[in-house]
Design a protein around this ligand. Structure first.
Ligand code: PEP
Ligand code: MN
Length: 626
């Protein structure tokens, strides 16, 4: 049941309610909302619900309509996140788990782990106890396999996931692994579910071969009812009459599960299809359908794999898949990072080195709900302190003077081009670009609850946003456009002014934060509206190879000077992904060139190219490799 508490409830009244519920054997969850606070209580209560309704401080009692309770969104309206070390499943980042079906040897596991990590996997999978259809098939290395998994973690820094097939293995699992998987064949092994519930480690619960979504959720309920909320659901295909694939991937399960439960859901395209060439398209589709992550089988030598070779990707195929996911993720408001683990490590080292724990860490322009804020959360997660600034210069100043470890600033937008102010600041300040993040920007017309588009007379937003929504705004020529510092500020202003004839243009998140309503969704002229942000820091990112670099340079004012620099890239096979010129202040008609390359210019191999470039330029500054 859900107990909605009265607005003016005292702490004493609340403590009393909680005590009664506990005495009645309930598991309790408190949900603090903007409008009201509620207590979710789950257990086999024998009293009439009216008893609870009459307790002082209770406004009303609502029975939970579903057969599953703790996993239901009714009791936990927001998405829950499962944390495994630095990895967060259920946030804005697509989490990819990769590795072989089974651990076969130390060499095999480490080789695959290093490869999948390089391509962006953040967790390693590998079975040590394999539930095989035939008793004569390879059954896994047992405890030796778990020891190898622990070595993989030591070697790569990746947390490891493996299947538990019996409660007898619990102690061993506690010793060696980070996430325990309950396989499809054991989804309704209730003893095992209770056991992993008591273990407390994050659980990856796979949907049974012939299980309904409701049965999957009931199985998750077993785990949560033992006090373990760290459950990740996994759709891995179900048995149907179709025989061209091993199973049938039920992609509809993703939005259905997302609606019913707060738990994260990932997809296993490998067991779902059973065929290597079908894995990539289904993995792409899963991300597009809203999955929080993927678990994919990858093998260094699939032809010789001891299990599930035909469905295991070659490492180079996995790399291609990751590049596709990198592109797809922003379309659904998410992100994939090829070097997330290195970055997370770097950020921790950076914070520890400066003894800054608990102080301001990341700065951006705007306020909560703005796209700058979203970029911070997507890049750094929610455990880092994020602090708003009132100008881009303030962002640069804060980082330069050590008041923040990182800043995030937009550099370019696909509809409106470069944000020149930040290019100029990059030249002026002595800071490094250490990362980048691309967000899809969806704009919405937002007003007071109940407002109608017909009555709008005045609209607030950032001037760039008006440009991005030009076609929509041209249909409403009579509207007065008022510029604001950022999108989220415009929503706050409209709210404070309480005028139903006013609206703002901003993200859905900004509307949510301020309790306002989206009255028209997706009003940007072109849906391919992306903004690229860069992360700036005083320190360089030292971990791992970089994929991209940004440079600024000027050349002499002689014929072919720019061409000579570009020739260096062409002749060395370096891909140029951006070239832009900006006037040099105080030198009319002279220009600086801003260049992005697909190369690590700080790597030893690049030094010869860099020397050559230095000879052909008058001024050269490396903004960073990331
Ligand atoms: C596995 O992940 O290796 C596995 C056996 O999966 P499932 O339980 O989904 O068949
Ligand atoms: Mn397998």
């Amino acid at each position: 049941m859900i107990l909605v508490l009265k607005k003016g409830i005292t702490q004493k009244e609340k403590d009393y309610i909680v005590r009664i519920l506990k005495e009645d054997g309930c598991i309790i969850r408190e949900i603090v909302g903007v409008e009201e606070t509620v207590l979710g209580a789950v257990g086999r209560v024998s009293r009439d619900l009216r008893f609870y309704e009459l307790l002082p401080g209770v406004a009303r009692v609502i029975p939970i309509s579903k057969s599953y309770k703790l996993v239901s969104r009714e009791i936990h309206p927001h998405n829950s996140q499962v944390k495994i070390g630095d990895v967060v499943v259920g946030g804005d980042r697509i989490v990819v788990i990769a590795g072989p079906c089974a651990v076969e040897s130390r060499e095999q596991a480490i080789e695959i782990a290093r490869k999948v990590r390089r391509y962006g996997a953040v967790l390693f999978r590998g079975g040590a106890f394999k539930p095989r259809t035939s008793p004569y098939s390879f059954q896994g290395l047992g405890e030796e396999g778990l020891r190898i998994l622990a070595e993989v973690r030591e070697d790569t820094g990746m947390a490891v996931v493996t299947e538990i097939t019996s409660p007898n293995q619990a102690d061993m699992m506690m010793k060696y692994v980070d996430v325990v998987q309950v396989g499809a064949r054991n989804m309704q092994n209730f003893e095992l579910l209770r056991c992993v519930g008591r273990m407390g480690k994050p659980v990856l619960l796979k949907r049974g071969l012939a299980a309904t979504i409701e049965e999957l959720l009931m199985s998750a309920e077993y785990i949560l009812s033992e006090g373990n909320d760290n459950v990740i659901l996994c759709e891995r295909g179900i048995r149907t009459f179709e025989r061209y694939t091993r199973n049938t991937l039920d992609l509809t399960a993703i939005p259905v599960i997302k609606k019913l439960t707060h738990l994260p859901v990932i997809v296993d395209p490998s067991h779902a299809t059973g065929i290597r060439e079908k894995v990539i398209p289904m993995a792409r589709a899963a991300v597009a359908a809203g999955a929080d992550g993927l678990i994919v089988e990858v093998h260094n030598d699939p032809e010789k794999a001891l299990s599930d070779g035909p469905q295991s990707l070659y490492p180079h195929q996995f790399e291609r898949l990751m590049r596709d996911i990198y592109v797809i993720a922003p379309v659904v408001g998410k992100q994939l990072d090829f070097s997330y683990l290195d970055k997370a490590l770097f950020i921790k080292q950076e914070i520890v080195a400066r003894g800054e724990v608990g102080q301001k860490k990341v700065v951006f322009l705007g306020e909560p709900g703005s796209f700058g804020h979203k970029a911070c959360i997507q890049y750094f997660g929610e455990s880092v302190e994020i602090s708003p600034m009132s100008s881009f210069r303030e962002v640069f100043d804060a980082v330069q003077h050590g008041n923040a470890s990182f800043g995030i600033v937009p550099l370019e937008n696909t509809l409106t081009g470069s944000i020149h102010e930040n290019y100029d600041l990059l030249l002026e300040y002595d800071l490094n670009i250490v990362g980048e993040i691309t967000l899809r920007v969806v704009h919405n017309l937002i007003s007071h609850p109940g407002s109608r588009i017909e009555s709008i007379k005045r609209v607030f937003s950032h001037p760039q946003v008006f440009q991005q929504c030009r076609e929509f705004l041209e249909r409403h020529k009579e509207w007065e456009l008022v510029s604001a510092r950022d999108t989220a500020t415009s929503v706050r202003r409209v709210k404070e002014r309480r005028n139903p004839e006013e609206a703002a243009i901003a993200s859905k998140k900004a509307a949510e934060i301020h309790g306002m309503e989206v009255i028209k969704e997706g009003i940007e002229t072109n849906p391919r509206n992306y903004t690229r942000f860069v992360v700036i820091s005083r320190q360089k990112l030292t971990n791992g190879p970089a994929r991209k670099s940004s440079l600024i340079y000027s050349t002499s004012d002689t014929p072919g000077a720019l061409y000579k620099t570009l020739r260096i890239f062409a002749e060395n096979g370096v891909n140029l992904v951006k070239l832009e010129s900006r006037p040099i202040h105080g030198k009319p008609w002279e220009y600086m060139f801003y260049v992005d390359l697909e190369a690590d210019v700080e790597s030893p191999e690049f030094q010869k190219i860099l020397d050559e470039l230095r000879r052909k330029t008058e001024y050269l500054k490396i903004l960073g490799s990331y």
